[in-house]
Every structure is written in structure tokens, then in C-alpha cells.
Design a binder for this molecule. Structure first.
Ligand code: LFR
Length: 474
């Protein structure tokens, strides 16, 4: 076989995995060598990521990767965006906060007192999300910001522990709100204007660049040969997922559907129009300088958090596939369609109760059974997906003729079908593991295992991972 192998560490909000990707001109195969839970912890001052346990699990997984495939040419790391760890002299100053921690409200107030969202949008091109890094940093104690010498987004932190090199990968850095959308450099003026220390932000690098080579003791712990590079990928998980959407960007929208539903189009130019601002669309940095013009829809979080709530309050496990089967039996016309993007659904907690409250405020009857809640959530997500896909096309000037759904949500056939029905467009579902594939592909290209533009990488995905097609029904 021509080609070779790379290892991808993909940290999601509910689980992480290590995958070995085998790539060649006609080959794109993945083997999952480790999967581990990501359990955020509420302790003391709020909701945190247990980042050392994630790193420990990633190292174990990488060790397994090198055991199964000693010829691994490179390692790449991606995760969710916006959250960061702060360091001084290489020491981590506390556990990173989870973006769903409610402390960010303070930061929003502080930042908007200095600069309203409309002005920020002109500078950083981002939709308003209360947890964007700039709001989180603005909520940090002044003393901590002064004491720290470095702030690293989660994949950059993992890269730092693996290589000793502190870098900020561009696609993820674009979610901080502190990058100048025109030019892509740290926005020194904005950073100073918000009273944040510029010195904690490391040099930027692009997907495909080398972060560094494994530190000798890390290489020993992984059972890896000396000199294996960590390659920057689209370290924002959504950026990696978009790389692996087998789409025609001038005729399709995508939904990267997991905890979130990231709904958008890929464009070559920034869209900073009043329309984009009004619809709360974001210009996130993509691989190869593309723009991810998208909107965050609440995603499967609402369903999984409802399930967690029932499990906690009723004291027994609920099987999701069985729940979805029963949801399919419910008549869609009998359940309420609620606004999944309402901020009340962001924080962990009583989702069924919040749905009830939303329905009461809007004069709708709340669902009565668990199956009806599940159906109501699916219908509401499908409607929000369809609306956002249409908006993305309109705002981005793309004639959307199909919608690709990638990520875990591609497994949810009811959601895919109902999105097709509500959008009146075909939905192409898969690949499920798009994020890991995008991570693998960018590394493989940097290592010379494949070559070409994003189009040829997507062509390889399309040839090796055929999507499932859902035609719209009236
Ligand atoms: C998806 C994602 C979204 C980002 C959210 C918070 O996993 O990365 O793109 O808005 O998580 O970081």
C-alpha cells in the first residue's frame, strides 16, 4: 500500500478519542485506538474541564497508537473552541473553565461597556456567543491575568505538553474574538482596549505548520521514535469537520452536528454585512484560508442533557436509540416546535422544565411524554437547522441545493430526515467521524501522503465514505 499513517487526538465536549488514520491517494481509513469520557467537574468556583485527565487519556491512547502502528508520521490535536488554560513558567494555573459556566455574563458586560457587539463584529467577524474567549478573559481576576505568562487554547495546551512549544493555531484562535478578522493577526489595539495583557498570547501558526517535535520524555512515554512532529491541524474541531464534508462549497450548506449544530457555508471571502450581523452569523477561520460562515445552533446537547436530567431524577439509565424509536412513533404535528437557540438551554440543568417554561410563555402545550419531548426536540432542531442553512446560503451568496450533516448527528436518521423535510432539500448524512478525518487529512497532506487543495481532500472523503441520502418529503 502506498501512503502512511498519522495519529489524531480529537477531544469533544462529551468524549475524546485517539484515531490512527491510514492515508494514501486512494485510501482514507481510520482505526479508533482509544475512546474516553470527558466529564466536566463542578468544583468550588464553577464548571471546569478536567484537562489533566484528558491529557492523560490522550497520552495513553497515543501510546496504543504507536504500539499498533510504529510508523506514525505525525500527531494532530483538535478540540472544542474558546476555552483555555493559563500558565506561568510552564505550570498550569488552575483547571480551565467550561464555556457553559455562567461566569461569562460578567465578562460580556465588561466588554460591551467598552465596545458594543456591532463594533466588535467589524473587528473580529464573530457572532455573539457569551462564552467567546474575550468575554471569558474579561471575567478573570486582574491579578491572575497579570500573574500568567501564557494562555493556550485546549489543543494548543495539549500541543505544548507534547512538544514544549507554545503556539496558537489560527482556526481556533479565530474563535477567541481577539483576532483581527481582516489580516488574521492578534488585534493588539482591541486587546489593549479591553485591558488584557497581549504578552500571554503566543505566536500564531497555520494548519499544516509544525508545532514542534515530541519532547524526549514524552516520546519515551508514548513509545514513539525520536523526532515525530506534532502538526497543527484545523485545531478547532469544527474547522477539521468542515475539511471532511464531501461537498461542493458553491452549492451546499453543512451542519457539523454533535453537542452543537454548526450550520453554515464555506466561502472564500469574509461576510461582514449588516445582514450577517443581524442574523448573528460568524466568520470563523477555516483551513487554507477559507471562511466558515456559520451560526451555532444548540445541537444534540438539548437532547442529551434532557436524557441526563431524566436519568438523574428518575434514577435509571435511558437508552437513546430506544427513546428515538419511540419519538419516531409520535405524530410531529402534535408536538411543539420551540426555539432551541433560546439562551436558557445553554447551561446544564432541567431541559424538560425549560421546554415547559418556553411553551407556557409562548402559549403552546408542552409535551406530555418522554417520547413527545424527544420528538419535540428533534423537530425543533430540524427547524433551526433548516432555517440556519437557508440563512447561510442567503447571507453567503451560496445557492444551497443540498445540506450535508456530518458528526454524531449523522447517525440520527430521524433528525436527518426531518431536516430534509423542513428544508425541502436533500440531506446527505456522513461521515460521522468528519472531525477526526479532517484532522488526519491536514496532517497527511503536511506529511506528503496526499497532495492538493481542499477539493481534492474532499474528493477522497467522497470516494471512501459515501453519505446516506435523505430526500425531502412533503
Ligand atoms: C463544537 C464547538 C463549536 C464552538 C463550541 C464551543 O464542538 O467547537 O464550534 O462554538 O464547540 O467551543
Amino acid at each position: 500500500m502506498t501512503g502512511g499513517s498519522v495519529a489524531a487526538v480529537d477531544l469533544g465536549a462529551t468524549s475524546g478519542r485517539v484515531i490512527v488514520g491510514h492515508v494514501g491517494p486512494d485510501t482514507l481509513e481510520t482505526t479508533q485506538v482509544a475512546r474516553f469520557a470527558n466529564d466536566p467537574v463542578t468544583a468550588g468556583d464553577g464548571l471546569h474541564w478536567d484537562v489533566l485527565s484528558l491529557y492523560g487519556a490522550a497520552v495513553k491512547g497515543l501510546r496504543e497508537a504507536f504500539r499498533s502502528e510504529p510508523q506514525i508520521a505525525s500527531i494532530g490535536v483538535d478540540s472544542w473552541a474558546v476555552d483555555y488554560g493559563m500558565l506561568r513558567d510552564g505550570r498550569l494555573l488552575g483547571n480551565p473553565f467550561h464555556y457553559r459556566d455562567e461566569r461569562t455574563a460578567r465578562g460580556v458586560e465588561a466588554v460591551h461597556a467598552r465596545m458594543p457587539h456591532a463594533e466588535l463584529f467589524e473587528r473580529n467577524g464573530l457572532q455573539f456567543l457569551p462564552f467567546n474567549t474575550l468575554y471569558q478573559l474579561a471575567a478573570e481576576p486582574h491579578e491572575l491575568l497579570q500573574f500568567a505568562d501564557t494562555a493556550l487554547l485546549i489543543p494548543d495546551l495539549v500541543g505544548y505538553w507534547l512538544t514544549g512549544q507554545a503556539r496558537a493555531e489560527q482556526t481556533n484562535a479565530s474563535t477567541t474574538g481577539l483576532l483581527r478578522v481582516l489580516g488574521g493577526e492578534w488585534d493588539d489595539e482591541l486587546i489593549a482596549g479591553l485591558g488584557l495583557p497581549r504578552s500571554i498570547l503566543p505566536p500564531l501558526i497555520a494548519p499544516g505548520d509544525t508545532v514542534g517535535t515530541l519532547l524526549p520524555d514524552v516520546a519515551a512515554a508514548l513509545g514513539a521514535p525520536a523526532g515525530v512532529p506534532v502538526t497543527a491541524v484545523g485545531s478547532h474541531d469544527t474547522a477539521s469537520a468542515v475539511v471532511a464534508v464531501p461537498m461542493q462549497p458553491d452549492a451546499a450548506a453543512y451542519i457539523s452536528c454533535g453537542t452543537w449544530g454548526l450550520v453554515g457555508v464555506e466561502v472564500e471571502r469574509l461576510v461582514l454585512t449588516p445582514d450577517a450581523l443581524r442574523a448573528n452569523f460568524t466568520n470563523e477561520g477555516g483551513v487554507d484560508g477559507r471562511v466558515r460562515l456559520l451560526h451555532n445552533v444548540m445541537g444534540l446537547w438539548v437532547l442529551s442533557e434532557a436524557v441526563r436530567w431524566w436519568e438523574r431524577t428518575e434514577g435509571h439509565r435511558i437508552d437513546l436509540p430506544t427513546l428515538l424509536d419511540s419519538a419516531e412513533e409520535v405524530d410531529a404535528a402534535t408536538v411543539p416546535v420551540f426555539d432551541v437557540n433560546d439562551p436558557r438551554f445553554l447551561a446544564p440543568g432541567d431541559m424538560p422544565g425549560r421546554i415547559d417554561a418556553w411553551c407556557a410563555e409562548h402559549g403552546l402545550a408542552a409535551p406530555r411524554t418522554r417520547a413527545a419531548y424527544a420528538r419535540s426536540i428533534v423537530e425543533s432542531l430540524a427547524q433551526a437547522f433548516a432555517d440556519a442553512a437557508r440563512e447561510a446560503g442567503r447571507i453567503g451568496g451560496v445557492d444551497v441545493r443540498a445540506i450535508h450533516i456530518v458528526g454524531g448527528g449523522a447517525l440520527n436518521e430521524l433528525l436527518c430526515q426531518r431536516t430534509a423535510d423542513r428544508a425541502g432539500l436533500p440531506v446527505l448524512a456522513g461521515p460521522v467521524e468528519a472531525t477526526a478525518l479532517g484532522n488526519v487529512l491536514v496532517q497527511a497532506r503536511a506529511a506528503g501522503l496526499v497532495s492538493g487543495s481542499l477539493e481534492s481532500l474532499r474528493d477522497l472523503v467522497a470516494r471512501t465514505h459515501r453519505p446516506r441520502r435523505h430526500e425531502p418529503r412533503s
